[in-house]
Design a protein around this ligand. Structure first.
Ligand code: NAD
Ligand code: ZN
Length: 364
């Protein structure tokens, strides 16, 4: 995990965000926070495990540590954050730094975009999922009761530091969640990343496996996480730059998510596990329609399995799936359109898929 950091410039409309990835990149925050008044919201689990690195990076700026997870994406936590920002007196030309996984960054980004009608945001993603997905693309959000992400803004971070050493303490389940999104990104736009993951599939399986043990992973692995993250971020950055406000092409990033969003609560799965099932179903449907080759489908399913992700499941009740798929805000007026793989590195948007097609492909 050691070595030089990688840099990616993320365009979002007229703005440019700088993404740095690699061991020790958290330290870069010390320079940024000294340029203007700053405050930081930190995932308490990360603060506990990486207190010294965080103290060095953040210095003496006001810091609020909160337990993260979906419970932080609430109106109550947003309000708590505003009250804390008021106490710290963060001015309109100030900077809010978020250090944590996708949940903390989603809420912190929303706070940054609304405090003082918008202060600059800096993100330090500490989960693999946040590094390859949530910290890139400018979407912020909180939940409302059981609705996921109905409240949010577009407010891209001006600087992102993805420090791979912090990820060493991630539970395996979180690695798998992140890997599902990384594989998704490879299918959407990077045959090289897909081949890289395939070539190390047996090591991925040994390292990540199917268990939920909390043994730190990254310390024991020689896998090129920094380069894989950089490649995945590059793909997402290209897609986002082509369509920042999700009018069209950005929908490619929903690969595996139409069914995944429904399966997540119905089967009690983690997000990445549900997206893995969604991608396995999508690629089987694509192969059956001749949109992609059978070989492509086999490669996708095998790579997901190698990462300890599920590729088949007993179908849940049809009516429940229909209800959740149609409710998903990404589907227009009840008409369900999917993203389907055409080959590794290319997807087709707007493909009609019925719930029956999907459930038939779920069993394998
Ligand atoms: N904004 C976007 O574009 C976007 C994209 C994808 C996902 N998301 C959102 O991201 C969220 C999921 O993010 P996530 O998967 O990072 O989950 P998370 O933020 O809940 O983090 C997972 C768990 O790991 C802990 N954790 C974080 N970093 C750690 C570390 N370094 N070591 C040990 N434990 C650590 C957290 O405290 C939490 O318990 C969802 O709410 C989703 O909606 C947003
Ligand atoms: Zn996702």
């Amino acid at each position: 995990m050691a070595g030089k950091s990688r840099e990616i410039i993320i365009k979002f409309g007229a703005s440019r965000g700088r993404y740095l990835c690699g061991a020790g990149t958290l330290g870069r925050l010390s320079r940024i926070r000294s340029t203007r008044p700053a405050a930081a919201l930190v995932d308490a689990a990360v603060a506990r495990r990486h207190g010294r690195a965080i103290a060095e990076a953040l210095g003496d700026i006001p810091r609020l540590s909160r337990p993260a997870g979906e419970s932080i994406k609430t109106m109550a936590e947003l309000e708590r954050t505003y009250r804390w920002l008021a106490r710290t007196g963060l001015p309109r030309d100030g900077l809010l730094i978020g250090v944590g996984g996708g949940t903390l960054l989603d809420m912190a980004g929303l706070a940054a975009s609304t405090w003082g009608r918008g202060v600059a945001f800096v993100a330090a993603p500490t989960t693999l999922l946040a590094a390859v997905d949530a910290a890139v693309g400018g979407k912020t959000a909180i939940n409302l009761d059981r609705l996921k992400n109905p409240i949010g803004t577009f407010h891209p971070a001006e600087f992102i530091a993805a420090d791979t050493t912090l990820m060493a303490t991630l539970p395996r389940r979180e690695w798998r969640n992140g890997l599902a999104e990384m594989i998704k990104t490879a299918i959407i736009g990077s045959p090289a990343l897909f081949r890289g993951l395939e070539a190390r599939a047996s090591q991925l399986m040994a390292d990540i496996g199917t268990g939920d043990r909390r043994r730190p992973l990254a310390d024991t692995t020689a896998l090129p996480w920094r380069d894989w993250i950089a490649e995945a971020v590059g793909v997402k950055a290209r897609v986002v730059a082509s369509d920042p406000l999700e009018a069209g092409p950005r929908q490619a990033l929903n690969l595996g998510h139409t069914l995944g969003h429904a399966l997540e609560p119905l089967l009690g799965l983690g997000h990445g596990e549900a997206v893995s099932l969604g991608m396995a179903v999508a690629v089987r449907i694509a192969a059956a329609r001749g949109l992609c080759t059978g070989r492509c489908a086999v490669r996708v399913v095998e790579l997901l399995s190698a990462c300890g992700l599920p590729v088949t499941a007993a179908p849940p009740p049809r009516a429940e799936v229909v209800r959740l798929v149609v409710r998903d805000k990404k589907n227009r007026a009840g008409e369900v359109r999917w993203v389907l793989p055409a080959r590794i590195g290319k997807v087709e948007l707007d493909q009609p898929v019925t719930v029956d097609d999907a459930l038939a492909a779920l069993a394998g």
